[in-house]
Write a protein that binds this ligand. Structure first.
Ligand SMILES: NC(=O)c1ccc[n+]([C@@H]2O[C@H](COP(=O)([O-])OP(=O)(O)OC[C@H]3O[C@@H](n4cnc5c(N)ncnc54)[C@H](O)[C@@H]3O)[C@@H](O)[C@H]2O)c1
Length: 335
């Protein structure tokens, strides 16, 4: 094991700049950003200057994978996640890949099987799993604050899609050729987080629409959890005003996202007003994705892929339920 894990980047777009690079810079005692490849001419140079890093500028994916690096962060449009992960694992690199890790569970299993065969770590950046506020809420629920979960309602309604907001000009987000869509963008986060809280989904049904784009831009899902809880998820890129909510109803009370998404309030059963507000603890109390990835490499974890893989079971079921208008059972991986 080298003293520092040497990272290569595939893709230096918005998520690399806003999440991965700052996180790795904060872990400078454990990592080095060694090399990067992005097909847009000059982009590695310009983004590196902004980020204050100095990776070797690679001229292709193959060039990047041939460098003396231990791990690769794959932060490219969705369609590249599967082939680039396979190529990186074949080249002997640990992989931290962006969500959704693949389009299908068949592809995801191929990625997991190869990582296991090679003894390499494969982790997916399901960022809600590293959200400090959600960890606080999960702990409160596990400690019995709201009793048994009866219902989880999650809403993310937006007025625009990501190429008009999150990453200006990133038209791949709404292009089926790049596996863009609201399913791969947001449903993959929310359905996974709901599973984290409610336990596995026994079955689900969905209404999806390609209202204003060539990809799903409205996604409404009804989850039937093995625990007996019910979940509803409402996502859109077409609403007149944006809104986000998470409401978790239990036998003893309700937890509800508030304060512009920065906190949850607790309303006891039978009451109409909140009695307590939970906020995220100060930074650092929950290990972020990059820190977990380094720990997984250090301990030789064989399970770092788990929730990323099972999020694909959920979005595959959602996509098919929407297309076929049928109830679907997510194809979770058995181990
Ligand atoms: N975990 C999260 O919370 C989160 C948030 C936003 C985006 N994402 C995911 O991150 C990924 C990237 O999203 P983004 O918002 O940074 O998009 P983006 O368009 O801003 O950046 C993608 C970058 O990849 C580059 N690229 C394109 N093809 C490439 C290739 N073959 N090899 C190397 N680089 C290539 C592009 O030039 C661009 O710089 C997507 O899969 C997205 O779903 C995750």
């Amino acid at each position: 094991m080298p003293e520092k894990i040497r990272f290569g980047f595939l893709g230096l777009g918005k998520i690399a700049m806003s999440d991965h690079i700052p996180a790795l810079k904060a872990l400078a005692d454990r990592v080095e950003i060694t090399a990067a490849y992005d097909p847009v001419p000059g982009k590695v140079q310009s983004q590196s200057a902004i980020a204050g890093i100095a990776p070797k500028v690679c001229c292709s994916e193959e060039d990047l994978l041939s460098q003396d690096i231990d791990a690769v962060i794959i932060a490219t449009p969705n369609v590249f996640h599967y082939p680039q992960t396979i190529a990186a694992l074949k080249a002997g690199k640990h992989v931290l890949v962006e969500k959704p890790m693949s389009f299908s569970t068949a592809q995801a299993d191929e990625m997991v099987n190869l990582a296991l065969e090679k003894g390499l770590v494969l982790q997916v950046n399901q960022s809600r799993r590293y959200n400090a506020l959600l960890h606080v809420i999960k702990k409160e629920i596990d400690n019995g604050l709201i009793g048994d979960i009866l219902h989880f309602r999650s809403q993310r309604t937006m007025t625009r899609s990501p190429e008009m907001s999150w990453s200006l000009g990133a038209y791949w987000f709404i292009d089926p050729a790049y596996e863009g869509s609201l399913v791969g963008d947001i449903a993959v986060h929310m359905s996974d987080a709901m599973d984290w809280f409610c336990g596995r989904t026994a079955s689900l049904s969905a209404v999806t629409r390609k209202r204003n784009r060539k990809v799903e831009d409205e996604v409404f899902v009804l989850f039937n959890y093995e625990s007996g809880a019910i979940g509803t998820m409402e996502l859109s890129w077409n609403f007149p005003t944006g809104f986000r909510s998470d409401e978790i109803y239990g036998t003893k009370g309700t937890l509800r996202l508030c304060c512009g998404g920065l906190a949850f309030e607790f309303i006891p059963a039978g009451s109409t007003s909140p009695v307590k507000v939970f906020t995220a603890p100060s930074a650092g109390t929950v290990a972020n994705s990059q820190e977990c990835f380094l720990d997984a490499i250090a301990t030789g974890s064989k399970t770092a892929w788990e929730f990323g893989r099972n999020a694909i079971a959920l979005v595959e079921a959602i996509r098919l339920a929407g297309i076929e208008n049928q109830v679907k059972i997510p194809a979770y991986r058995k181990k």
